[in-house]
Design a binder for this molecule. Sequence first.
Ligand code: ADP
Ligand code: MG
Length: 385
Amino acid sequence: LSSTIKVDDFTAQLFRIHMQVLEEGLAQSVFLGINRSDYMFDCGVDGTAALKQIEINTIAASFGGLTSRMVAVHGRVLKVLGKFEEASRLLPNNPSKGLASGIAKAWELYGSPSAVVMFLVEEVQRNIFDQRCIENELWNRNIRVIRKRFRDVFAKGSLDDAKRLYIDGQEVAVVYYREGYVPTNYDQQNWEARLLLERSKAVKCPDIATQLAGTKKVQQELSRPGTLERLLPGHTDAIARLRATFAGLYSLDVGEEGDKIVAAAIADPDRFVLKPQREGGGNNLYGEELKQVLEKIRDSPERTAYILMDKIKPQPAVNYLLRAHSPLRASKCVSELGIFGVYVRQGKEMVLNRSAGHLLRTKAIEHADGGVAAGVAVLDTPYLV
Ligand code: ADP
Ligand code: MG
C-alpha cells in the first residue's frame, strides 16, 4: 500500500493506526475474520462461463443475515406455482448460523463468560435486520450482544491496565464492525474511538490489518505473478484454482507499466473498470467517465489511488426484480455470487476456517455499479441445473 497511502488519505489514516498498534504491541492474539468473496460469471469468447472474482470484503460484509431467509421465500414462490420438485432442489443456505459460530468461538477464546459481543453499528441503522439475524444466533447460544456507535465508544469506552475494553461498565470480548469502512463514517472523535478499539484486548472482526488487506490495491498486488507462490509455498493446485478466478488487475503506480495500461484504457475504456480504494458500491468508473478521469490524472501521482480491472461480462438472463415502490416487469439481469468465509486464528494456529454459505444478488444490466443497499440489486437464490 506504500504508493496508495501517499495519495489516499483514508487508507493512510487506517495505515497509521495499524502502525501505531503494531509498535505498541498487539494486546490480543485471537483474530476473527468474516469475509465475503464476490464473483460474476464471465462469458469467454467461446461461450464458456467462468467465475471471476470481483472483490473480497474483509469488513462489514453484509446480507448474510437476510439471505438466510431467501431459500424459504423462493421455495414458497415455487410451491405456489406448483413446482414442488424444483422447490426441494434449492440449496440450503444459512450464513447467519455460520457467521455467528465464528463470533461465538472468538468470544469463547477470549475467556470471560460475563463479557459481551459488541456490534459496532452505523449512525443511521439501515441494515439492522440483517445484523439482528446474526445477533439472534448469539443470544441463542447465551452470548450477550450490545449495539454501539463510534460516538458511544468515544463517550463511554475505556481500557483498563490490561487493555480490557469496557463500555457502560461491561467488558467487551468481541468487536464486530458493521461500520467504519468509508471516510464519511469518521470524524476526529470517531478516529479516536477506532484507535481505542484497535489498541484494546477485545477480538476485532476484523482487525485493522485485515481491513487493509481487503483493499482493491492489495487484491491487485495479490494477482501479480509470483505473489501467491510466495504466500502459499508448495500449494500448486490451490494456487492454480485461485488464479483461475482472477480477472486482469493492473497497477497504476508511476512508471512504465502504469503508463502503458493507462494508455490502453483511454483507447478502449469499455474493456476496463477503474476502482478507487472504496467500499460500499457506487465508486467505480466505467466507459466515458473512466476515460475522462484517466485523461485528467494520467500524469499525476493521483492515479495511484486507483487500480484498473478487466470488465467482467456475464451473460444476461431475464428475471423479475421485486422492490418497494417500483413496478414489477421483466428485465435483463446479471447476478453476483458471494461466498461467505469465517475463520478464527489464535497466534499461528487456525482454530476454525470454513465456508458459511452464499449470497446471490441480481440487478438489471443498465446498472454497472450499485448493490442492494443502493436500491439497485435484489437478494436472489441460485438454482442449480
Ligand atoms: P465495492 O467495494 O464498492 O462493493 P466492487 O468491486 O464490489 O466494489 O464493485 C461494485 C460493483 O461494480 C460490483 O458489485 C459489480 O456489479 C461491479 N463491478 C466491479 N468490478 C467489476 C468488473 N471487473 N467487471 C464488471 N463489473 C464489476
Ligand atoms: Mg462489492
